[in-house]
Ligand binder design. Structure first.
Ligand code: FE2
Length: 184
């Protein structure tokens, strides 16, 4: 599956702009992670773009979030490692483990996008351009700030050999590059 086909699927299944932007942000962060780790940016980017495809359909039913996306993507020839990573980003609810670098990267990469976006929203201009990686790191310790963002998942970056400071810098810069698409 190429990016255009993945985008078409995203538009079809995620008409909500907020969700679509979250997926685009995840794609950007996953591509940056792949470049840093010598992995395939195209493959990792697809995982980011497609990981929440069933989010609307599963509507909070966390026991099927990710499973349904696998069922949607399997017949379309999406690589098995992407399907596994998509399920593993919801590992806790599906009784799975995160085994591969992509499993870990998708989980920490998609999660940090939420913290970066929330950090941008508290600036007067609400712009990603204003966000400093250090501010994102500082927000990690403020549990009440963007409370639904799982800090433990973000810290999985360390299992990829990437310190939190570097990870925050990588994510902020990847998202700043597509700030127009993200509307921030
Ligand atoms: Fe997500």
């Amino acid at each position: 599956m190429d990016r255009a086909a993945a985008l078409a699927l995203l538009n079809e299944h995620c008409p909500d702009q907020r969700l679509a932007r979250h997926c685009l942000a995840a794609e950007a962060v996953l591509m940056a992670l792949a470049r840093r780790l010598g992995q395939d940016p195209g493959l990792w980017g697809l995982a980011g773009l497609l990981h929440d495809l069933d989010y609307d359909q599963t509507a909070g039913d966390m026991a099927s979030h990710g499973r349904l996306t696998r069922r949607m993507l399997e017949p379309l020839g999406v690589p098995a490692e992407i399907l596994k990573a998509i399920e593993a980003h919801n590992a806790e609810n599906l009784g799975l483990t995160r085994d591969t670098p992509l499993d870990i990267a998708l989980t920490c990469g998609e999660t940090i996008t939420g913290l970066v976006m929330a950090t941008a929203m508290v600036y007067p201009d609400k712009k990603l351009a204003s966000v400093k990686p250090g501010s994102v790191v500082k927000r990690m310790k403020e549990k009440a700030f963007a409370a639904s963002v799982n800090r433990g998942h973000i810290l999985l970056c360390q299992d990829l050999g990437i310190p939190l400071n570097d990870f925050a810098a990588l994510a902020v810069s990847a998202m700043q590059e597509i700030s127009d698409e993200l509307g921030l």
